[in-house]
Ligand binder design. Sequence first.
Ligand SMILES: N[C@@H](CCC(=O)N[C@@H](CS)C(=O)NCC(=O)O)C(=O)O
Length: 229
Amino acid sequence: MKLFYTPIHLFAHKTLITAHEAGVWDRIEPVAVYPFRAGYDITALNPLNKVPTLTLDDGRALYGSQAIVEYLDSLARGGRSLYPALGPARWDALRRLALADIMFEATTQLTTDDDYSEAPRPKFINWLWPKVKRCVATMNADTATEHTFDIGDAATIHALTYLDVCVPKYVPEPVPRDYNWRVGNADLEAWFDEAVQRPSVQFHFQQEYDGDDSAENCAAKVQEVLALR
Ligand SMILES: N[C@@H](CCC(=O)N[C@@H](CS)C(=O)NCC(=O)O)C(=O)O
C-alpha cells in the first residue's frame, strides 16, 4: 500500500496514528505530496487531488480520510482497533471523528484561500471561525467522558495540531494572530499533552520527514500505482 500524504512534521496525521495503532504501518509506503506546490499532482489517483490518498496493492485508490482509517483499522492484526463495538461508545467516537474532521476542513478552507490582501473576506471568515472555536470548546467538554483511545481521539489530535501549524501563520483578522486553542481549554490541553505521548503519535509527530519528498518521486509513485491497474 502507498499512502500519499503531506509530511509536515508539526502535524500529527490521523491516518498515520491509525496505521500505527492497527500494527500495519510496516505495510505502507509513504509518498510525500504537497498539493499546493507546483509539480505535485495525484489527480490520476484521486479526482479531488487531495491528501490523504491510499492506494492498494492492486492499484485501487481509497480517498476521504474516513474511508482510509476505517480500511486500515480493518486490517488490524496484533494491533488494536480504534473503533469501539456497536453501541454508544462507537457513536460517540464517530461523532468526535466528525467534529474534528469538519473542524479540520473548516481550518484548511480558511488557510488555503489566504490571499486576503486582495479581497478581504470577512463574511467567509466570520462564517467559519466561530465553528472552529465551538468545536474546540466541545472537544474540551468531551474530555470529561472516560473512554479508551479511539478514532475520535486520533482525529482530535490531527485537527488540533493543524490549528497550531496553520492559524497563526495564515488566517487574518478577525482571527487573532496569537490564537492558541489551549487558552480557556485547560482540560483539552492536559488531554492533548498526554495523548501525543502515544507511540502511534510520537513516531512521526515533530519528526522531520527523511524520505524523498520531491515532485519527481511523487510522479513516479503515481505511475507505479497506475501500472498495477
Ligand atoms: N475531507 C477530506 C479532507 C482532506 C483535505 O482537505 N486535504 C487537504 C489537505 S491540505 C488537501 O489535500 N487539499 C488540496 C486541495 O484541496 O486541492 C478528508 O478527510 O480526506
